[in-house]
Design a binder for this molecule. Sequence first.
Ligand code: CS2
Ligand code: MG
Length: 402
Amino acid sequence: MKITDAKVILTCPGRNFVTLKIITDQGVYGLGDATLNGMEKAVVAFLESYCIPALIGKDPRNTEDIWHYFYRGVYWKRGSVTLTAISAIDMALWDIKGKALNTPLYNLIGGKSRDRVMVYAHANGKDLNDTLEKVAREKEKGFLAIRVQSGIPGISDAYGVAKDSKFYEPAHKGLPNVEQWDTSKYLNYLPYLFGKVRETFGTDLHLLHDAHHRLTPVEAARLAKELEPHHLFWLEDPVTGELQEGLRLIRKQSSTPIAIGEVFNTIYDYTTLITEQLIDYIRMPLVHGGGITHMKKVADFASVYHIQTGFHGATDLSPVNLAAAIHFNMAINNFGIQEYMPHQEIVHEVFKINYRFKDGFLSVDDTPGIGVDIDEEKASRYPYEMACLPVNRKTDGTMFYW
Ligand code: CS2
Ligand code: MG
């Protein structure tokens, strides 16, 4: 079997998505998600200028060798752009493998450890009452786990809250918007917010929160400790991941579970965090974490340290990634939870999906491979529109983490 062609499909049905399509001499093709929110064209350039020419003629079944060709073989290693391209290639090759063997992807990863995967929704309110209403709405839909984000009194643009009541999408057309941050106001408000959520919804509902990389280790330790009585499912990205040892302080101070790594791209970002058991969930998704080939190694390594998966699944990761993630999560033993922000209906004009939501879980059908297809004609109707993620400044004007 040989790769005869490959192309990148860049489309913008409501937001930009990058999809790699790899075509073989036996008429079978595979799809891989190559979307990197706000940096889409950098991935397109790497795929088109280097990866695609290098793929032609290779046997698509050789997933392990091809992964290393593009990881070990590329001198300038690691980083989100390189690994998103490698992830897309890997996803597409596994899609081809499943189609060629006429079996769904989960069967190639380990078969079924479960029939469906628990997911969590997003409740983003502009203030306390709006947040409680949004939690109630997601609970009504059947979600058993809900990420709670709220506007913070005194902060004009808190992370995770839509400007108006429409769909939350952080990337905006054109150059970055400037958002505002005040750690002290945030830290003073969060315990109160979660106390009210627990008071209103009781203790069975799984609650999650994303600090979005914005605390120092000692601030994160304070927050994790003060949230302990509310038994969060996890506190996400409490600190930026560059300083892995920064998580030691949080671990010493609190039993609140920690999830980190949606911006990570290889196992090397996790070595201290995993071997010192500083975290409880790995967030690194297939689309940015090296695809199935690499993420299986990461998940197996993490399982030795009682760490589970908790893949990133925001709307800026495409349906191809989400379907592949469901297959992966169905197969591995140490699955934790899957983020699920449903894409806007317009996205499903372009991507034909094979997964469905029921009673708080997602499941896929037995279509061979990943099971998602893309309608290239429809995709061509939504041309790319430059959009950037915001930047973030403290109230004194200091540039900070977004
Ligand atoms: C967030 C994301 O879903 C999450 O946990 O961190 O919404 C993140 O802000 C976006 O994916 C960035 O593009
Ligand atoms: Mg996050």
